[in-house]
Ligand binder design. Structure first.
Ligand SMILES: [Zn+2]
Ligand SMILES: [Zn+2]
Length: 170
């Protein structure tokens, strides 16, 4: 699927006018966070509001995104639901980089690239399967989410000095 840029000029909006565009986007999966991330449901239904300002455009992108990843703590599957809601300002003539959007060139908006970057920014530093993920048992590696931590205990390593004592007494 080839993402076609949105031709903002072709919308022919007068200053102060706005238009809402609903479209399906297929952004590249974000590679952030080290682990492999995939998008749970593609294409992503996105909504873009384009407002014509006196010297450019104000843009708003909204989309609900599901990200599938590996839990950083227990290595099990993690599913994140992100509500993307980001804005950009594009004033083609402006020298101030704050007034130029990196997703607009020559009046063409690239919505899939914008959405991909917005997903990267919305991701937490560590993706967890749940807020209170118990992680893995340090001794046997079993996921502590799947066993009762109260009963999942290992006998402490027998102290080698006691073993020697037992030998002497035996
Ligand atoms: Zn986990
Ligand atoms: Zn264990």
């Amino acid at each position: 699927m080839v993402e076609r840029p949105i031709d903002l000029d072709a919308l022919a909006l007068r200053s102060g006018a706005a238009e809402r565009i609903e479209l399906d986007l297929e952004p590249e999966p974000p590679a952030a966070g080290g682990g492999g991330l995939t998008l749970g449901s593609t294409p992503v239904a996105a909504r873009i509001d384009v407002s014509r300002t006196s010297s450019g455009w104000a843009l708003r992108l909204r989309a609900g995104v599901v990200v599938l990843a590996e839990c950083a703590r227990c290595l099990g599957p993690a599913r994140l639901e992100l509500e993307i809601d980001v804005r950009e300002v594009e004033q083609g003539e402006a020298d101030d980089p704050d007034l130029r959007s990196p997703y607009v060139a020559d009046g063409l908006l690239e919505p899939a690239r914008w959405l991909r970057d917005a997903i990267v920014l919305a991701l937490p530093d560590r993706v967890l399967c749940r807020e209170d993920c118990a992680g893995l048992c340090a001794v046997c590696g079993v996921s502590l989410n799947e066993v009762d931590p109260a009963t999942h205990v290992h006998d402490p390593e027998p102290d080698p000095r006691f073993a020697k004592l037992r030998d002497l007494l035996g």
